[in-house]
Every structure is written in structure tokens, then in C-alpha cells.
Design a protein around this ligand. Structure first.
Ligand code: TRP
Length: 447
């Protein structure tokens, strides 16, 4: 594959929308608010912000730089850097690709539910009551049906390639997502009870802070920026050489954090608005009702109390979640697609459909053995594989790659980088601090 035939992002805006689209997903609009709600509100928020800045952001720069240097899929990009040990390059590149596929296989099931919840009010409205009820009731048939739907959307975008698929759809969907968010937040904040939620969100309760909370915040930051699995590497490889990576990565991280913050601004007040409307949000012992319920029970019952406006809000809210999930799932699928397309010389279109089919098969197996497999796949891929692969990339940047070669790569988008604070700190930081910090998190449960 020559570089002239490779796809490329056509503008910096397009890249930022795509990378932010990859980062902004269920982790932001669902994971972050639920973690915050059950971990002392603002205390979790502050530690999360710290983790983003101190750990996730430097690793985002690392992944984007590896990809941009390689101008290829993660396996080939790593091979170009790890010239002395191509075996390890291929091995870790392949593990990253498998992990991305694994994440997609459970993510697509969740995203499918969201399609179901978004379609339900519309179907009720037009009188298809039993279909509507089926879509919001847990069953293997429903899970598989909706997963097929979501995977088809993902494949539809990815098979069109970088500029016509990923960039075009991210640039359309992300602004729509921001707009929907703003609308919903403004509406919720004007409702009774919203201020109680807002206070809980913004006033820290430090009694919740302990080592486990720090661990959670770090994992959440890693997941949220889509690190570890090569997704940011692939996107970096479609980036033009004159782009300033540290700056662009900063913008992506800020958008990602901004959306997570806004999701909290929407969901925490919404919980208390729901309570003001008579919905139960705390259990008997005064703890918040568990995470899954928040989105699939608390919010729908809130919308139910709001009559026609509620139906509308419900569709908007779930549409927003599906958009967030879709711009992330295309990034996940792009990892194996780029590998297969370039390493095996299989046409992108074919690679996207084949891999979409294989991953869908895995999703179906997970859906059919939900209780047994779902949590296991989700935990193994996100809690263990993502951070562990992050350690490998930090080692690649810090210990394998020549510092001078690294400098030459980053310098292309920022000629004066040597004089900046960023360059004085970052290479050293990624070499020593990032691997140790990530491993500490990883080791925490065993200590
Ligand atoms: N960042 C995404 C979210 O917040 C999830 C995610 C994790 C991801 N790993 C990924 C997305 C890899 C794309 C590629 O929901």
C-alpha cells in the first residue's frame, strides 16, 4: 500500500471531530455521570480532571505520534519504530486490534439498547405498542436484533473510508450532539429539583476520596480517550504532517472532558428532577440506584412524568447517546479494518463487511450468554487490556524509539517545539511516569 492511495483527513476540523467522536462515547454520557453520581460528585470530577491532564493527555499525544510517524495501521506503524524486534511489534499491534474488536463486540450491544429506547416513544405514538414494548424489554432476541442494527450503521460508515465515511459523518454528527446536549441541559436546569443535583455535582464530598476512587478515575480517563487499543494510532496515521499534535490532542481532550462534564450537568440534575417527580432514585439504604438503571430506568421514568415534552426529550436524549456511541464504534472498527486492508491487501469495503460480520457474531455469542460473558468481556478489555497496552506504548515511545526521531516527527507540525515546556517534560514523563502510574493502577487490586 503506498501512502498516496491511503486515506487522509482533509481538514484539522474534520480530524478533531473524528478524534473527539472516537473519544466521546458511552464512557462520557453514561459512564462518567454514573461514576460521579456514586462517587461523591465533585470529588470524583476533580480527580478525574487531574487524571485526564496528568495521564491520559500525555498518552494521547503518544498514540497519535506513533500513528502519524508510521502513516499506516498500528501493526505496521509499530513495526517501523520497533525495527529491532518486529515480532513484538506485530504481536502487540495484533493484541491491540483484537482488543478493539472485543470492545466493539460488547459496546454494540449497549448501543443497540439505546436505539431501542430511542425508538420506543415514536413506536408508541404511531400505535405499534407491542413492538415498542419488546424493544425496551430485556431478551436475547431483542439484544441481537438491535445489535445487528447498530453494527450495520457502523459498517456503513467505515466501508466508505476516512474522508467520505469517518470524517464526513463525525463532522455531521458531533455538532448535532453538542446541540442536543445544550438543549437538554437548558431544559433540565429549569425544572424543579435540578438545583439539588447541581449542588451534589459541583460541591465536593471529600469523604468519598480513597485509593479505589483514584483508580476508577484513572480507568475512566483512559477509557474515555479511547487509549490503548490503537484507535488513536490509526486516526493519527491519517493526519497531515503539518498538524501540531500536542495542540490538537489538547483540543480533543478538552472536548472529551467538556462533554463528560456536560453529561454530568445533564444527568445529575435530571436524577433529582426525577425524584421531585416521584421517581425513586435511592435504594433502601440510601445509595443511588445502580448504574445501568440510571439510564434505562430513572431517565425514562422521568420522561414519563413529563407528558408530551417528555416523549420528545426521550427521543432526543437517546438519539444523542446513539450518536455518541456510533462515532466511537466506527473508530473501534477502523482498527482491525485498517490492519486487514493494509496488511493483507483486502479491499476496505470487503474488510469492513467481513470484520463487521465476525464481530457481530461475537456480539451474538455474548448476547446469548449475557450473564456469563458480558461483564467479563467488558472488564477484560477495558479495565485490563486498555491500560496494559498503554504501558506498552509508553515503553515504545520512551525506551524503544530514538528520542531524536521522535523529536523530528513532532517537530514537523511545530518547528519550535524544542523550546517549549512540553518538550522539556513530555518525553521524560512518558518514559518514566506514565508506565509506573498505569502499572500502579493495574496492581492496585492485588496490593
Ligand atoms: N472512548 C469511548 C467512550 O468514551 C470508548 C472507547 C474505549 C473507545 N476504547 C475505545 C472508542 C477505542 C474507540 C476506540 O465511550
Amino acid at each position: 500500500m503506498t501512502s498516496s492511495t491511503r486515506g487522509q483527513f482533509t481538514s484539522r476540523f474534520g480530524f478533531i471531530m473524528a478524534a473527539a467522536g472516537s473519544a466521546v462515547g458511552l464512557g462520557n454520557v453514561w459512564g462518567f455521570p454514573t461514576q460521579t453520581a456514586s462517587n461523591g460528585g465533585a470529588a470524583f470530577l476533580l480527580i478525574y480532571l487531574l487524571m485526564m491532564a496528568l495521564l491520559a493527555y500525555p498518552m494521547l499525544v503518544a498514540e497519535l505520534t506513533i500513528g502519524r510517524f508510521g502513516q499506516s495501521n498500528p501493526i505496521a506503524s509499530l513495526r517501523k519504530i520497533w525495527t529491532k524486534n518486529k515480532f513484538l511489534a506485530v504481536a502487540f499491534g495484533s493484541i491491540a486490534m483484537l482488543t478493539a474488536s472485543m470492545i466493539l463486540s460488547f459496546y454494540a450491544i449497549l448501543a443497540g439498547w439505546l436505539i431501542g429506547f430511542g425508538a420506543e416513544p415514536i413506536l408508541q405514538l404511531i400505535g405499534l405498542h407491542s413492538l415498542a414494548d419488546w424493544l425496551v424489554t430485556f431478551s436475547t432476541g431483542r439484544n441481537v436484533f438491535l445489535t445487528v442494527l447498530f453494527m450495520s450503521l457502523t459498517v456503513f460508515v467505515v466501508r466508505r473510508g476516512v474522508a467520505d465515511g469517518i470524517e464526513k459523518w463525525s463532522s455531521r454528527l458531533m455538532p448535532l450532539l453538542f446541540g442536543l446536549f445544550l438543549l437538554l441541559i437548558i431544559y433540565i436546569l429549569t425544572q424543579d429539583g435540578a438545583m439539588t443535583g447541581l449542588k451534589m455535582y459541583l460541591i465536593p464530598d471529600w469523604s468519598h476520596v480513597n485509593a479505589a476512587l483514584v483508580v476508577n478515575a484513572m480507568g475512566q480517563a483512559f477509557f474515555s480517550l479511547s487509549l490503548g487499543v490503537g484507535a488513536m494510532m490509526v486516526y493519527g496515521s491519517y493526519l497531515k504532517k503539518d498538524v501540531n499534535i500536542p495542540k490538537t490532542a489538547g483540543q480533543v481532550a478538552i472536548i472529551d472532558t467538556g462533554v463528560a462534564f456536560s453529561a454530568g450537568l445533564l444527568i445529575m440534575p435530571a436524577m433529582f428532577v426525577a425524584r421531585a417527580n416521584g421517581v425513586q432514585i435511592f435504594n433502601e439504604v440510601g445509595e443511588l440506584i445502580s448504574s445501568g438503571n440510571l439510564v434505562f430506568v430513572v431517565l425514562p421514568s422521568l420522561f414519563d412524568t413529563m407528558g408530551f415534552v417528555g416523549e420528545f426529550l426521550s427521543v432526543a436524549f437517546f438519539a444523542l447517546m446513539v450518536i455518541a456511541a456510533l462515532t466511537s464504534s466506527i473508530a473501534m472498527l477502523e482498527v482491525p479494518v485498517a490492519c486487514l486492508h493494509e496488511e493483507m491487501n483486502i479491499k476496505r469495503d470487503k474488510a469492513a463487511m467481513m470484520l463487521g460480520g465476525i464481530i457481530l457474531l461475537c456480539s451474538t455469542i455474548i448476547a446469548a450468554n449475557f450473564g456469563l460473558l458480558f461483564d467479563w468481556v467488558a472488564t477484560a478489555s477495558t479495565m485490563y487490556m486498555q491500560p496494559l497496552l498503554g504501558v506498552v506504548w509508553a515503553v515504545v515511545i520512551g525506551w524503544v524509539w530514538h528520542r531524536n526521531a521522535l523529536l523530528q516527527e513532532i517537530k514537523q507540525g511545530h518547528p519550535e517545539i524544542e523550546t517549549t515546556w512540553f518538550w522539556k517534560i513530555w518525553p521524560w514523563y512518558v518514559k518514566f511516569v506514565c508506565p509506573v502510574a498505569i502499572l500502579t493502577v493495574f496492581a492496585y487490586p492485588f496490593l
